[in-house]
Design a protein around this ligand. Structure first.
Ligand code: MG
Length: 333
């Protein structure tokens, strides 16, 4: 096995290769092998969703959020996209010696507020302190469990003609973190979209019984997540460049920095695959909620079995968009 690089943590192709060739091989079981955002478990006569995530974002405070709220919302969202109501969360903190106590207090307060907002309780935790230089200020791990209220979300359910919906503009989180880290401004301050998706998703799943699958496009962005969905469904996906919502300052930042908005991480957006006839209704449900403002139908599932993602460009061309390869922006979440 090769030496680990930042690319192995990008959320893109290299990370998938690492997971498939090492972790999945070593730990293989039918639940893990589904590679969902949460494991869906049968415990007694209940279906429980269980997930974990670690947060190493740099800087720890950025416009629209901080490492604390991000760690709560990220885990809530991974439960929500599996049709589960997030209930309980654990918090593990690895703190660097020398961290200012007031900084830690601010992060902890933010986590408490975020948990309240998302209706989850932090019920267990762990604290470790390492020598100066052994980590960067603070790293946080959160795990969460939730009760599954909507069953059957699966890439197996995806069928040709299904609509591909995104719940709002993409890339705000990545550009917010990047501009704060590098000290660049893009005309206006871009705020992260970091937010809990639990209520929005609950509304969507109540408004339609024909939602096939959902995933939040975090690391690797829209392009990588759509590739994961296409692979799972063994179906092609075609999206329209003109319909992908990107805020003007995000687009401007991308042009300036040579980034592609399709690969930028979101922390408060969800991609929904649903039957075409329910697309307009889902769009209406999303648009009626502040968290879903700017939602768009961006494409559809094609009939071919290529498992490729195609982009119909504004210029009238057609190109394949692949998973993120290499590392675009390390420590984005
Ligand atoms: Mg996720």
């Amino acid at each position: 096995m090769d030496r680990i690089t930042l690319g192995h943590g990008s959320g893109g192709r290299q990370m998938h290769k690492l997971i498939d060739s090492l972790f999945l091989k070593a730990f293989s079981n039918p639940i893990l092998n589904q590679k969902r955002d949460s494991a869906v478990l049968n415990i007694g006569n209940k279906k429980i969703a269980f997930t974990t995530d670690s947060y190493v974002v740099d800087p720890i405070f950025f416009p629209g959020g901080d490492i604390g709220s991000l760690a709560i919302y990220g885990t809530v969202n991974d439960l929500s996209v599996c049709g589960a109501r997030a209930l309980y969360i654990s918090v593990g903190a690895v703190i660097e010696e020398g961290l200012d106590g007031s900084v830690l207090e601010r992060i902890v307060r933010s986590m408490a507020e975020a948990a309240k907002k998302a209706g989850v309780r932090i019920v267990t935790g762990d604290t470790k302190v390492v020598e100066k230089g052994s980590c960067d200020r603070i790293f946080i791990n959160t795990s969460g469990i939730g009760e599954v209220y909507y069953e059957g979300l699966s890439t197996d359910k995806i069928a040709p003609g299904d609509s591909v919906i995104v719940s709002g503009p993409v890339g705000d989180h990545a550009i917010s973190v990047l501009s704060k880290r590098e000290g660049i401004e893009f005309g206006t301050i871009v705020r992260s979209d970091s937010a809990p998706l639990d209520k929005l998703i609950w509304k969507v799943l109540r408004s339609s019984k024909k939602v096939r699958f959902m995933r939040d496009p975090t690391r690797g962005g829209l392009a990588t997540t759509l590739n994961e969905i296409a692979l799972g469904a063994k179906s092609g996906i075609a999206i329209e460049e003109r319909d992908v919502p990107v805020r003007p300052p995000v687009r401007q930042a991308c042009e300036l920095l040579g980034l592609d908005p399709l690969y930028l991480a979101c922390e408060g957006r969800v991609i929904i695959i649903a039957a075409k006839e329910d697309g307009p209704r889902i769009l209406k449900t999303l648009g009626a909620d502040k968290a879903g403002r700017g939602a768009k139908i961006i494409g559809s599932v094609t009939g071919d079995r290529s498992a490729r993602v195609y982009l119909n460009t504004i210029a009238g061309g057609k190109r394949i968009i692949d998973m993120l390869s290499g590392e675009q922006l390390p420590r984005i979440c």
